[in-house]
Write a protein of this length. Structure first.
Length: 278
C-alpha cells in the first residue's frame, strides 16, 4: 500500500474497513491518515472497525494518548501527512524523523528537562523555527521573549499551507501559538528588533531565526511590475494574468503552478536542471 500523503483525505480507507467488517468474523483494523483522536473515536463508535492504527501520528506525538487522557488535547502535535521525515528519511536509509516534532529520532540528543536556573532568552523571528525555539526554551523553564516584525506568527509556513492538499500544515502554527501562550512566552508582533531593544531585555541568550527570502535570479527585467515571487502569489497579495511563466520547478514552483492551473491559467515552467523536484 502507498503511504497516503496530505492530499489524501483523513481516514480515507475507513469505508473499505467497514465493508470488510460486514463479511468477516475476525477483528478489522482501519488504517490510513487517522491522525486525530476524535476521528479515531468516531470510527470505533460507528462500528466501522474494531481497532484503528495511529502510526505516523504517533511519530508526530508519541504522548498523544497520555495528553488526551489528561485532558490536554490542545497540546497534541498533529501529523500533517507530509511524508518528509518519516517515510522520506526511512527510504534513504536514515533514522525516522518528523517534520513537526523535532524530538522524534533525536530523543537521546535533545533534553527538554526543566533547568534548575532559568535564563532570559530572546528569539528574533516568529516563523515556525523561531516559534519552535521559543517553545523548547520555555518548556525548559527559561523566560522567553519572541519578537516578530510582521503582524502574525508562522512565517513561510503560512504560504506553504496554501497549495492543494496542504491545508493541514496550519495545525503546526496553531499548536505553536497555543503552547507559546500556555508557557507564558512574551510574544511581540509588529515589532522590529534592533540592538538597543534586544539589550533592554538583558538576555543571556539570543536566538536569530529571521528566515530567508525567495531567490530572484539575475535576469534582466525582474524589476518590472509583472514579475513577482511564489510567496506573494500563494498569499494572494498579487493578481496574476492568464498567461504565466514559473521559473523553477522545485516543490514551491510546482505547487504554485498547480494551484494556478486549477484556476484555468496557462502555465509554462522553466527549469535549469534536467529533472524536476529533485
Amino acid at each position: 500500500m502507498i503511504i497516503p500523503p496530505s492530499v489524501v483525505p483523513r481516514a480515507a480507507y475507513v469505508e473499505n474497513a467497514a465493508e470488510i467488517k460486514k463479511v468477516v468474523d475476525i477483528p478489522v483494523i482501519a488504517v490510513g491518515r487517522i491522525n486525530d483522536v476524535e476521528i479515531a473515536e468516531s470510527v470505533l463508535q460507528a462500528d466501522k472497525a474494531d481497532l484503528v492504527t495511529v502510526a505516523r501520528a504517533s511519530l508526530a506525538d508519541p504522548d498523544m494518548p497520555k495528553k488526551v487522557l489528561e485532558g490536554r488535547e490542545d497540546e497534541v502535535i498533529r501529523c500533517i501527512g507530509c511524508l518528509q521525515g518519516c517515510s522520506g528519511e526511512n527510504g534513504k536509509g536514515n533514522c525516522v524523523r518528523c517534520l513537526v516534532n523535532t524530538l522524534t529520532g533525536m530523543e537521546d540528543e535533545y533534553d527538554i528537562t526543566p533547568v534548575d536556573e532559568a535564563k532570559k532568552v530572546v528569539v528574533v523571528g516568529g516563523g515556525v523555527s523561531g516559534c519552535e525555539a521559543a517553545v523548547s526554551a520555555a518548556m525548559k523553564g527559561h523566560k522567553v521573549t519572541l519578537i516578530e516584525q510582521s503582524n502574525r506568527l508562522g512565517g513561510q509556513w503560512i504560504p506553504a499551507a496554501v497549495p492543494i492538499g496542504k491545508g493541514e500544515f496550519t495545525s503546526l502554527i496553531i499548536w505553536q501559538k497555543q503552547m507559546l501562550d500556555k508557557l507564558g512566552v512574551n510574544v511581540l508582533l509588529n515589532t522590529k528588533a534592533d540592538k538597543e531593544m534586544i539589550e533592554s531585555y538583558q538576555p543571556d541568550t539570543v536566538i536569530i531565526a529571521t528566515g530567508s527570502k525567495p531567490f530572484v535570479p539575475p535576469i534582466k527585467g525582474t524589476d518590472q511590475d509583472f514579475v513577482t515571487n511564489a510567496h506573494e502569489v500563494l498569499l494572494g497579495n498579487v493578481e496574476t494574468g492568464e498567461n504565466i511563466v514559473v521559473i523553477g520547478r522545485g516543490l514551491v514552483g510546482a505547487e504554485t503552478a498547480d494551484m494556478l492551473a486549477e484556476q484555468n491559467k496557462q502555465i509554462t515552467i522553466i527549469e535549469m536542471l534536467p529533472q524536476i523536484m529533485k
